[in-house]
Design a binder for this molecule. Structure first.
Ligand code: NAD
Length: 453
């Protein structure tokens, strides 16, 4: 039986060994999910709503336990991990309103009545990356369950523990057996089986753009619905008229949170050339003040990278001759520690400027004017997030409309709220999660005409 040994990223101790799900077991889980989904969809909407509220309540009671699991498995700072567990509860609560509000339409037609039904798709497979194991799973499973579907989740190989606990909590809350399963295992085995199994009718994939393309191509074979949340190389654009102190003091957290392992990391800071030097002067103490330390310490703001393999990948972007402007600190000794690092690349086409590093490394680049800022922000195959700082409201709107990204903030760095839509332009993805409409993407519209003649 294949398995994986989980390693605590902060000290490299072995946590536990997790058995991997085989293809035969995935197929059995799909068969159970098909049956469970029929019963779930047949329940009165108010009962499905109350089951999801119970699930949220059970998660709420387990917030502390889930948070400490994420500290151990993923190296997330405890304050952040508590927020993540609370976010799962909030996403469940938000979508518990859906079953009783999944409204079809009545469309005026000649000779009868025309109505639409929003039918569940059936069984949905959700493939999750390792950077935010429980929150990203919840963005898929909460609206999918709310719309009447069964859900199978495949957590990332390195970080399955919180998702596995959520499966148990769903049963504790009284969700039917087989409706919500978590199947740890390898991407090319369990994830790929979601893609090829004919009774999994939708795949939600969050992860790298390279794997997302494979998933999309595989889904095409069965004309299977797919949502993709992929990589990013987002820009934090600072104009000369901005509150420079605020932009500089918040910029480190917009890229170094979760040790930069965030698809929304603002990993390119673009600064108007007239204030470029001043901005760097303000940025340096802010970067050095980021508290990097043991994830279990309440004061820690940034923990280690998730694994040795990922540490090696991030390190390859900062060779000995890298153009480092300044760095923060990181603990010595065991653990995958990488200090916050600020680079001044010599060219706009350097690989540190164009490739997603997915670690605590940021590039600072100058721009001349508004048109140049938009062009530079858009000079990437990605289009996920972005921030812009200016006191000119007209410019804020023009630049927001000009940057090809799904999630922008003006004079703040906050891309994600469960009540607003989230997703990417270009190679950052396809479709939207979260917000008022997310459950619709887990339904099929059925049109029924009833003759009155
Ligand atoms: P990854 O693509 O390596 O893996 C993601 C998931 O896909 C894992 O569960 C993996 O096991 C599975 N997988 C791997 N091969 C597969 C295959 N052939 N078929 C089906 N599933 C397969 O990505 P990762 O390294 O875990 O995550 C980091 C990436 O995720 C980054 O690029 C990051 O930007 C992206 N990400 C995007 C968002 C977003 O919302 N846009 C959020 C978080 C992370």
């Amino acid at each position: 039986m294949p398995s994986i040994e989980l390693i605590n990223p902060a000290d490299e101790t072995v946590l536990q060994t997790i058995l991997h799900t085989t293809i035969v077991e995935v197929d059995a889980a799909v068969a159970d999910a098909v049956t469970a989904q029929r019963g779930w969809a047949a329940l009165p909407p108010a009962e499905r709503a109350s089951a999801l509220r119970r699930f949220a309540a059970v998660v709420d009671a387990a917030t502390e336990e889930l948070a400490w699991l994420e500290v151990a498995n993923s190296g997330h700072p405890i304050g952040q991990a508590r927020w993540e567990a609370g976010h799962v509860r909030d996403v469940l609560t938000y979508y518990s309103a859906v079953p009783e509000r999944l409204l079809g339409k009545q469309i005026p037609v000649a000779g009868g009545i025309d109505i639409t039904f929003l039918e569940p798709i059936g069984v949905v497979g959700i493939i999750v990356p390792w950077n935010f194991p429980m929150t990203i799973a919840a963005w898929g499973f909460a609206p999918a369950l709310a719309a009447g579907n069964a859900v199978l989740v495949k957590p990332a190989e390195w970080t399955p523990l919180t998702a596995l606990r959520l499966e148990q909590l769903a049963l504790d809350a009284g969700l039917p057996e087989g409706l919500f399963r978590v199947l740890p295992g390898r991407g090319p085995v369990v994830g790929e089986r979601f893609v090829t199994h004919p009774q999994v009718r939708k795949v939600v994939f969050t992860g790298s753009t390279a794997t997302g393309k494979k998933v999309m191509a595989g889904c095409a074979d069965q004309v299977k619905a797919v949502t993709l949340e992929l990589g990013g190389k987002s820009a934090n654009i600072v104009f000369a008229d901005a509150d420079l102190e605020l932009a500089a003091s918040t910029a480190p957290y917009a890229v170094f949170d979760n040790a930069g392992q965030d698809c929304c990391a603002l990993s390119r800071i673009l600064v108007q050339s007239s204030v470029y030097d001043r901005f760097l002067e303000l940025l340096e103490p802010a970067v050095k003040a980021v508290k990097v330390g043991l994830p279990g310490d309440e004061a820690t703001e940034m923990g280690p990278l998730v694994s040795r393999a990922h540490f090696d990948k991030v390190s390859s972007y900062v060779p000995n001759d890298a153009q480092v402007a300044f760095r923060g600190s990181a603990p010595m000794g065991p653990g995958f520690w990488f200090p916050p690092t600020v680079l001044i690349p010599s060219s706009r086409t350097d690989r540190v400027v164009t490739e997603e590093i997915f670690g605590p490394v940021v590039s600072v680049l100058p721009f001349e004017d508004e048109a140049d800022a938009i062009a530079l922000a858009n000079a990437t195959e990605y289009g996920l997030a972005g921030s812009l700082w200016t006191r000119d409201i007209g410019r804020a709107l023009r630049v927001s409309r000009g940057v090809d990204s799904g999630n922008l903030s003006v004079n703040s760095n906050s891309a994600v709220r469960y009540s607003t839509p989230f997703g990417g332009f270009k190679q950052s993805g396809l479709g939207r999660e979260l917000g008022p409409d997310a459950a619709l993407s887990f339904t099929e519209t059925k049109n029924v005409f009833i003759s009155t003649d």
